[in-house]
Write a protein that binds this ligand. Structure first.
Ligand code: PA5
Length: 429
């Protein structure tokens, strides 16, 4: 099993395996797609049912635009943004030697941010991937309008067309209409896969491939997880163990889950996880609030609360067995910083000891439950595996709470108010 789950520091008051009967029933609702929200369960079979021709076309297009992509601008928000960013940062790190730089837009109304992006890319060779299923998401549509204008002025209409790639619905929506009219290269967001499950579709795969990430390996991991985790046997399914542990901890009164990583390049993965859990579970007045922290950095800020503050949270530590890079602490004869006791040790070992000591402090002294999910590394295969692990864990944990994991009715309410204030036709008081 590529990923592991450890509840030995979870302070669980119920036995995970006592949920076996319920899990068996819900496993079949997931795999047979008979549970609530089943019209958005295309991700379940996606590791085998994905469009192979389109996958090859992604590879071809990535190869074609690679040399032109000094900067890849990815325009999208929410499910059409977080997964690609999480993948690229996890796999390539924060300062990789990839010759393409990736910049994200369409995820904010900040005028300063958008202006600074335009200024930053003005003299660079740009490829633009706009991603929107509906084509009407205001942040994305507005940024795309500005970016399209930028591209057409910079390159002329003809060449701009060659440099813009649209990922959208197969038949409907404003972006689809525009892409058809302009003749952009277009990739499809499947009807039955919602935004937060879409990183394994062209939504995530196109930016990953253009950034030089081996998406075949991502799919190997995805496929292995699809097979490995296709068991209702709780003793053998770490994703379901995690799903059940969350429920047990909430039954014990913990309403906040802090997703803890020890790698800065996993911070966007935590953001992706927050959307996955938060949008899937936070409805009908139920759910665990997903939060995140990157240790040891945040031990110097949030650490105090976790250790001694109100006992509202439990931690889910995402442990990485092998870092992408490592270095050894060197000897300093003067030793004025008193760090020589670490001479010859690896940086990653120091990180692991920080993790060990923190779990001990939070659990044994602070009484804060810690559950640990382990992933072998931060490479393509592990990313693909991890996606399926968290997808299926999310489905299970939500079904255990009797929640439909695949809708998000609450996200529309603020939009109506915003549209009214913006004067959008049809939204007058
Ligand atoms: O999960 C969701 O549905 C949202 O986060 C959407 O992905 C996000 O609002 C972007 O929507 P669209 O792809 O239609 O622009």
């Amino acid at each position: 099993m590529t990923m592991k789950f450890d509840a030995s520091h979870g302070l669980l008051k119920e036995d995970i395996l006592s949920y076996q009967d319920k899990v068996t029933e819900l496993h079949s609702a997931i795999r047979n797609r008979t549970g609530a929200g089943n019209d958005f369960m295309g991700w379940v079979e996606w590791p085998v049912s994905y469009d192979k021709e389109e996958f090859e076309r992604i590879l071809k297009v990535a190869e074609k635009v690679k040399d032109k992509a000094e900067v890849l601008v990815v325009c999208g928000i929410g499910g059409s943004y977080l997964g690609a960013r999480a993948a690229i940062e996890m796999i390539q790190g924060m300062y990789s030697d990839c010759k393409t730089e990736v910049v994200f837009v369409g995820n904010t109304f900040s005028s300063t941010y958008v202006s600074q992006v335009l200024n930053h890319i003005k003299d660079k060779s740009v490829i633009l991937n706009v991603i929107s299923k509906s084509g009407t998401t205001t942040e994305t549509a507005l940024a795309f309008r500005v970016l399209r204008d930028f591209m057409e002025k910079k390159y002329g209409k003809e060449e701009a067309r060659e440099r813009i790639i649209a990922t959208t619905d197969k038949a409907r929506g404003a972006l689809k209409t525009l892409a058809d009219q302009e003749g952009y290269e277009t990739f499809v967001i499947p009807d039955d896969i919602g935004g937060r499950y879409s990183v394994i579709t062209p939504v995530g795969l196109v930016p990953m491939a253009i950034m030089g990430i081996d998406i075949r390996k991502v799919f190997e991991g995805l496929n292995d997880a699809y097979n490995d985790l296709n068991t209702a046997d709780l003793a053998k399914n770490p994703a379901y163990q995690y799903a059940v542990a969350r429920r047990i901890l909430q039954n014990q009164g913990y309403d906040v889950e802090m997703f803890v990583t020890y790698e800065p390049q996993l911070q966007m993965l935590a953001e992706w996880w927050k959307q996955l859990m938060g949008e899937s579970e936070g409805k009908d007045g139920k759910g665990i609030l997903p939060d995140s922290a990157c240790f040891s950095t945040d031990l110097h800020s949030l650490g105090q609360f976790v250790q001694e503050g109100k006992k509202v949270l439990f931690e889910t530590v995402l442990e990485v067995e092998t870092p992408s890079e490592d270095l050894t602490v060197t000897e300093d004869p003067a030793n004025l910083d008193n760090m020589n006791y670490l001479t010859g040790k690896s940086y990653d070992w120091v990180n692991k000891m920080a993790e060990k000591g923190t779990i001990e402090a939070h659990v044994e002294v602070g009484g804060v439950p810690n559950i640990v999910v382990t992933v072998p590394d931060m490479k393509e295969y592990s990313f693909g595996y991890l996606c399926y692990f968290f997808f299926i864990a999310t489905a299970m944990t939500c079904y255990l709470l009797e929640i439909n994991p695949f809708n998000q009715p609450g996200v529309e309410i603020y939009k109506k108010n915003m549209f009214r204030l913006l004067g959008k036709p049809g939204y007058e008081k």
